[in-house]
Design a protein around this ligand. Structure first.
Ligand code: HEM
Length: 368
């Protein structure tokens, strides 16, 4: 555990397991997300569910979390969605070049900031046009978008946040949270399977067995794909898209004798915990899906150290949906193609707000 500061931010970085357990169990609104997320990362996150705290977060969570049962998730307008995803990606890359905690930085009209402002405007207006289209056409029924629209009507304590911003910020958060994380995990999984032909063959055999006689992939089939699940869990251990679980104490909080003063930011470094030799054993840095053969609890000395989807009250609402998406995509790909690493692949995990392959994942692909 150590304390450091960047600009005017105080950060406590901790891997103390007792403290992590306390944070995981903490239910009160006194522990929220750091305010720098809505300020320094504002153009990307605004005051949506990912970055907000207190009653507004609690309202957002109540309307969004129940929508993540697989049968409820639908695609609204893909061609517009595609444009939003590509602009969000550009915004994410630009935001990864900015610093947190340095007062005034985000107002300077630097080249990068001007690019950020332009992208923010474009993305906001694209999202509003999707929302307006959906409301006019009434094409979407009682889905996630409708819940966000209804949520904007029923929340009256906005403290300066307009209904329009409530809708845009939450839609933007869902696009960002749901796309980059899953797409990046898919890339890392393919890279690891390409480098481990034995595991690739095992997963393919399982997929072909599950889908034999024209059997379709339903929720039951996905749950029963044990080898594929182990491979994804191991990928998320070695390459978690999020680098930190982050929190801010909104009041003084006492974590079993450690007093965290109001406004202190807490950072839990996910990769450090998930690759700790003490917690995972001497092969902690190796790709070994076998360790998850008996689930997460048996894989690690302290299961709370596995946290690719975060912890406690703020745990990822989309985790089960993301696992289902990954299993469907990998099953379809592995049932048809064989993957090996291209000699042009350069291994370089890089921080772009999520941990991504800096030069992409170059693969050689053959039909099975
Ligand atoms: C492999 C895929 C994914 C990973 C690794 C991931 C990881 C995370 C992490 C680390 C957090 C922060 C948790 C915390 O602070 O304790 C988070 C929050 C969140 N994620 Fe995910 N996520 C993934 C996919 C998705 C998907 C597909 C969606 C929805 C479409 C989603 C929606 C959210 C939301 C709404 C939150 C904010 C929850 C809150 O603060 O109440 N995520 N995710």
């Amino acid at each position: 555990m150590f304390l450091y500061s960047t600009g005017n931010l105080q950060l406590l970085c901790t891997t103390d397991m007792e403290m992590l357990k306390e944070i995981g169990l903490h239910k009160s609104l006194s522990l929220g997300k750091p305010s720098y997320l809505t300020k320094d990362r504002g153009p990307l996150l605004g005051q949506g569910i990912l970055s907000s705290s207190g009653p507004i977060w609690s309202h957002q969570r109540k309307i969004i979390a129940p929508e993540f049962f697989p049968d409820k998730v639908k695609v609204s307008n893909y061609s517009k969605g595609e444009e939003i995803f590509s602009k969000l990606k550009a915004l994410q890359m630009a935001m990864a070049k900015t610093y947190i905690g340095i007062p005034g930085m985000r107002y300077l009209p630097s080249k990068n900031n001007r690019e950020i402002w332009k992208l923010e405007k474009e993305i906001d207006s694209l999202i509003l046009s999707v929302v307006n289209h959906c409301t006019e056409e009434a094409t979407h029924g009682k889905d996630l978008l409708q819940m966000i629209l209804d949520g904007a009507e029923t929340y009256d304590d906005y403290k300066g946040l307009s209904k329009e911003r409530f809708i845009v910020n939450n839609c933007k958060n869902m696009y960002f949270a749901g796309y980059e994380t899953t797409a990046t995990t898919l890339s890392w999984t393919l890279m690891l399977l390409a480098a481990s032909p034995d595991w690739q063959a095992c997963v393919r055999a399982e997929v072909l067995e599950t889908c034999k006689d024209g059997f379709l992939l339903d929720a039951n089939a996905l749950t029963n794909m044990k080898t594929l699940t182990m491979v994804i869990l191991e990928t998320l251990r070695l390459y978690p898209p999020a680098t930190f679980v982050i929190r801010q104490a909104l009041e003084d909080i006492d974590f079993k004798g450690i007093m965290i003063p109001k406004d202190m930011n807490i950072q839990i470094p996910i990769p450090a915990l998930q690759q700790s030799l003490q917690l995972w054993g001497p092969d902690a840095h190796r790709f070994n899906p076998e360790r998850f053969a008996n689930g997460i609890v048996e894989a690690c000395k302290v299961p709370q150290a596995y946290m690719p989807f975060g912890i406690g009250a703020r745990i990822c609402t989309g985790q089960h949906f993301a696992m289902a998406e990954l299993k469907v995509a990998l099953s379809l790909l592995l049932s048809k193609f064989c993957f090996s690493l291209s000699p042009a692949y350069v291994h370089s995990p890089a921080f772009r707000l999520v941990i991504q392959p800096e030069h992409g994942v170059r693969l050689l692909i053959k039909r099975v």
